[in-house]
Design a protein around this ligand. Sequence first.
Ligand code: SF4
Length: 202
Amino acid sequence: MDAEFHNQMKICKKCSLHETRTHVVRGDYGPVDGICFVGEAPGFNEDIQGKPFVGKSGDLLNKMLSTIGLTRKDVSVINIIKCRPPDNRTPTRKEMQTCGNLWLDKQLQFLKPKLIVTLGRVALQYFFPGLAMTKNKGKIQFVNSKIPVMPIFHPAYVLRNGHAMDDEYKADFAKIRKFIDNIGDLGSVLTPSKNATLDDFF
Ligand code: SF4
């Protein structure tokens, strides 16, 4: 994977979502071998700015990361779909497969995350079609029998429920912290400057 990968992503027209996008939202890359948060698709603010998880959802994600001693620079944050669906509609399975196979899967192959944290039902079901969010939230699943995936709620969903879910969301992030502490070799998560990130390659 080289700079050409992102050049091709920026001009991608492989599905109809390119017709209404302002920007292709590539995602933010943290350390290789670190933690990768995977969301559904860009929303209004992300489309305008070309960055993932900005606005209120991004603020909540940042706040939750801070509760476990991390910042956005310590993790990767990527959406399955790179172009905003009109009116923030849920992406179709076909759109997710097209975009995911083209871009996300290759990003993950390069990032080699020690843990993927899916944000919301749609992101969970990209990896595990049909798996229920409520029964599996906070529990580790395995992609291809090797990459651990922990589903948690999407920050937008938590915001819609007001402060009622604050403690539950904090508890989910505490599980991520516990995973990091238990795995023991995620030094790169906490000291990203000492480790190569994808941005070093472009
Ligand atoms: S959503 Fe993905 S596949 Fe569709 S045009 Fe955008 S980058 Fe290409």
